[in-house]
Design a protein around this ligand. Structure first.
Ligand code: PEP
Ligand code: MN
Length: 269
């Protein structure tokens, strides 16, 4: 039988992703303004979460949807990270913005729609920031690993894989289908940490908790999820954004589930 590989440790300052660590990254889909992001970050910090997310450049399916605040959003996320001592995650959508992202965020996210943007991936191979590489929504495991190789062949081996749901055949009830097998399969094929995004996969608030717990129970190295103090008021992905009370419920059972795979949620923030 194949072995499940223990994931490599990716260090960011004093924090670590992979190895025996179970990492929670949470925050709004998009950065709307400084005050809201600061409020969310402080609430997350109180819950013991060290990593917060927020998009400044959004890859929207519809050209009429809010595209993000761009550079202004990056300035906001950096200010909040500096003020709270938390680590930031934000998405990149264009190869031209690589330098800009490295200046403003700790971890750079490649979204599902950009997994096949090979010039972007090659450029990210030349930076030092860890990269969250989301799986293309219709990509095979092989294609996903080859996308990671586009990054690693440039020298950057700090790659965190993120399963965020794939296209199957029924969209009556869910936005995508979380492919839970991705966790044990990737753990046989690579030692890159793999995290689960229970927000974009189900596309529904009420599915975030079960999908998050399923990811932890399957051996994932962490979660990336969308949260806001008032989900109904968010401009982007509000239908899948959980409030802080729900996030607390999710967090409450994660230590036991992560412990199934000898992982711990660090308490060092
Ligand atoms: C996101 O994380 O906000 C996002 C757009 O995700 P995905 O690329 O998985 O759709
Ligand atoms: Mn989103």
């Amino acid at each position: 039988m194949c072995e499940f590989k223990k994931s490599r440790v990716i260090s960011i300052g004093e924090h670590k992703i992979g190895g025996d660590n179970f990492t929670v990254i949470a925050g709004p889909c998009t950065i709307e303004n400084y005050q809201d992001l600061k409020t969310i970050a402080l609430q997350l910090k109180k819950l013991g979460i060290a990593f917060f997310r927020g998009g400044a450049f959004k890859m929207r399916t519809s050209p009429h949807s809010f595209p993000g605040l761009g550079k202004e959003g990056l300035e906001i996320i950096k200010k909040v990270a500096d003020e709270t001592g938390m680590l930031s995650v934000s998405e990149i959508i264009s190869p031209e913005d690589v330098e800009l992202l490295t200046e403003y965020v700790d971890i750079i996210q490649v979204g599902t729609r950009s997994m096949h943007n090979y010039p972007l991936l090659s450029k990210l191979g030349k930076v030092k920031n860890p990269i969250i590489l989301k799986r293309g929504m219709s990509s095979t495991y092989e294609e996903w690993l080859l996308a990671a190789e586009h990054i690693s062949s440039g020298g950057n081996e700090n790659i965190i894989l993120c399963e965020r749901g794939i296209r199957t055949f029924d969209y009556t009830y869910t936005r995508n289908s979380l492919d839970i097998s991705a966790v044990p399969v990737m753990k046989q094929l690579t030692d890159y940490p793999i995290i689960i995004d229970p927000s974009h996969s189900g596309g529904r608030r009420d599915l975030v908790r079960p999908l998050a717990w399923a990811g932890a129970a399957a051996g994932a190295d962490g979660l990336l999820l969308e949260t806001h103090f008032c989900p109904d008021e968010t401009v982007c992905d509000s239908q899948q954004t959980v409030d802080l009370q729900e996030l607390e419920l999710i967090l409450a059972q994660l230590p036991q589930l992560a412990a199934l795979w000898n992982k711990k949620i660090p308490e060092n923030i």
